[in-house]
Design a protein around this ligand. Sequence first.
Ligand code: GTP
Length: 979
Amino acid sequence: MSKVRIYDLSKELNLENKDILTICSQLGVAAKSHSSTISEEDAASIRAAAGSYKSTTAPTAPSPSVPKPPNNTESLNKPKKQQILQVRRSPDAPNAKPKRPDAGAPAAVKKAPARPAAAAPSGQVAPPAPSAPPVAPKPLASPPPRTEPAAKAAATKQTVAKPVAPPPRPVLNKPPAIVKKAASAETAAPAKPAKPTKPTPGQKPTPRPQQIVELRRPKPVSETAKPTPISNKPQRPSVAKAGGDGAEATPPNKPVAPAAALMAKPTMPSRNRPRKPWQEEEDTDALEKAKAANAKKRRGPKFQEADLEMDDDLLDDDDEDATVSREQMSLSLARPPKPKSMQTAKPVAATTQRRRPSMGGNKKNSYRDRRDRRHQQANQKQERPEIITLTRGMTVQELSQLMSVSETEIIRSLFIKGIAATVTQTLDVDTATKVAEEMGILVDHVEEQSAATKVTEMLDADDLENLHRRPPVVTIMGHVDHGKTSLLDAIRKTKVASGEAGGITQHIGAYHVDVDHNGATQQVVFLDTPGHEAFTAMRARGARVTDVAILVVAADDGVQPQTIEAISHAKAAGVPMIVAINKVDKEDSQPDRVKQELTEHGLVPEEWGGDAVMVPVSAITGQNLDTLLDMILLVTEVEDLNANPNRLAKGTVIEAHLDKAKGPVATLLVQNGTLHVGDILVAGSALGKVRAMVDDRGQRVKQASPSYAVEVLGLSDVPAAGDEFDVYNDEKEARSIATGRADEQRQSRLMAAISSRRVSLNTLSSKAQEGDLKELNIVMKADVQGSVEAILGSLKQLPQGEVQVRVLFAAPGEISETDVDLAAASEAVLIGFNTTLAPGARQSADRLGVDVREYNIIYALLDDIQAAMEGLLEPELVEESLGSIEVRAVFSVGKGAVAGCYIQNGKAIRNCKVRVRRKDEVVFEGGLDSLKRMREDVREVNSGYECGVGIDNFNAWQEGDIIETYRMVTKRRTLSMSK
Ligand SMILES: Nc1nc2c(ncn2[C@@H]2O[C@H](COP(=O)(O)OP(=O)(O)OP(=O)(O)O)[C@@H](O)[C@H]2O)c(=O)[nH]1
């Protein structure tokens, strides 16, 4: 490309060299002296500008009609600004140093609006384009800064840098499609200055628009997707505010508006925002933050506030367009605009996901962060499940995922509860449940449900050939004292209820009843499950093996919490239910009210159009008991109650305990096959050989067929209630299975212990810091597993805010020396429930000073534990008044003085605490150091006597002083007080 010397140009234009240099500097053309050379292109610009340069000498003539440059036909049609833009293309521009103005409108904005301004005779704020020298350089200055960030970005982010580097492009010679787009969509006006509002899609792009397109590249995408998405909302705060002078210069409703708006938004000239569109290109947070911070510094707090306000608008207006356009802007900067056909509106979701370009300082960032967080939380809330299923303890992390709640939120919730947990902390089911419930999420405990669910198929394929009808197994469930035992008792015609300790059924019993039905005797097996709420787990197991559930509801008491619980267990097990409305013999019985209440729980009586069988009965008078039994058989008739008696037995452990004389004793319900004396079986992890079997009537039996419950002796260990049992032909096989299960159980026990320990350790550590947590260690032995569980469940109910109950060991069986040792080593209380002490254990306990407590009623046990916990509560120190003494004379003794006193009431004790009152004022508080009576030192002086009182550090006695004597005593606190 040929070069033109300044000197030659000045000659050609008949101007002074310095004039040319001035023009150069105005146009951003690098030229130092008359001998400098410039490109032909720049020369052309200067030629064009030279005309107006002259005219600037007459400053009052800023006419938009520009004198035509002598030899550039293209420029004939163009306003001068256009030419200026051409010059901007000069790669040397950065050196021209016009740079961004400090407080004025940013260069980028100037460029864009400058055109419309010139072309907008409609009275908008149009800068006197050619004539005002300071205006022209500003646009010129804009490209260089644009390249700066681009260069910076290039160092860090190639993708950003690439599209941002356009300024050097000699765009003039190649007006590609993009130019058309830009020209039509946003900058058509320059070509037709007289009608700036008219879009000129068909208009040929001039170099200028091209330049503009370059500068505005951020924006064009949005216009294609939505023809006038932003211009239709010129009042939108973001656009309006961001528009600043540029926006003002753009006539409203112009199709150009989108571009202007897009351009304007980030620049915010009216708010003195020095941000430029290209700044948006720098998508890195660091850059944004740094800039924002700098911008704030420059703008000062006032503007920061203004920014924040504006940002609020931007953020809160929920106008997706704003987001979209800004997003698109930043996208368009990151990569060249898509072909028109490919440009589609962005889905809102996608745009909202993207991080917005920074609009300002940290304040806004934090505002935005908060808002994003709110959105996030809102989303999370939406995604939160209504119900979760907990089968075991889980870590904070796992729980967080399960509930779609942030780990922090869970940790915060735990912290409030006094549990300092980490994300990897394992929470037990109870704790996890509390957390979930606090978040409004329901928790389903699968363990309980699975226990309630009917046992998995007890039948194998081989059994199908040999199936025989078996008796139905019936569970009686219901609220405490609604008459379950009495009902069964009445059915069995024996008195079971009267023999129960404390009047409460404490473990499952299984009973066989012969029922005459349809002229034949049929058997029904009843499981008598307890009704006390502490036995929930046992009840769940009761439902597990049952074919029918009898729901006992007292007609005088109606539906109660455990009635509802029983209904849910039966439903979970999928077993049919028969309602026995008991105590109908009572005067205040209201069977219909019971029915009504039951309908609220999905049980609609048959006579009311439902399908629930409800029988009004009386355990006392025996009313309708036959009907109830008939109903049981009727309901079970349709059930598929079959088993193969000719095979090895399998079934479920109903109950198990360690008998002092007999060893481990288990009540087994045979569910398939036949159990024989001598069989080798594995129940849970306990191995055994059936030594003897006893039925519910206490008679020894040699075999037990399906649906029979028998007490079995001969196990090596006490299995857990609910365990399944299997008979094996091969003892070796049985042993290895038992060992394997034992290992598994040990492992899971260990894990549970570790996890629960972890939590409690943490809990303790946080509490220990406050110094207000105590522990009550307990070692417990009970008659049967069910009792152990019941007691453990009840212990959990005790308030443990200040004193925590730690059950170190709980198992069925008698109290052994080992238990005593454990209790001694851990300073635990040893509790026995319905059990005895092994020989030697008592002596051992006496020797080691272990407190062994024995109970046979659960309430008494709980009361004592509570009392023991209260014993651990820090006692309160309270003042106990002793008496009051009147000072009647004061005697000087050496340097000090003693008071001659009279005991008005109560007494004075040497070394007791005193408070000396003078009228209403307390003049001294301390200890009584010397007490004399008739010159003799005494320990105590009683009411009505005189005495001498001396206090080491108090001598200012006055007659008439009253000495109050008192002492501090400790007072025991109760758990309810500690709550
Ligand atoms: N009038 C009347 N009293 C009854 C009837 N059934 C039971 N009772 C009385 O209700 C009280 C509780 O009866 P239980 O059979 O022990 O009740 P339960 O539901 O087995 O109680 P738990 O074993 O503690 O769950 C006893 O005093 C019974 O005498 C009845 O049909 N009519």
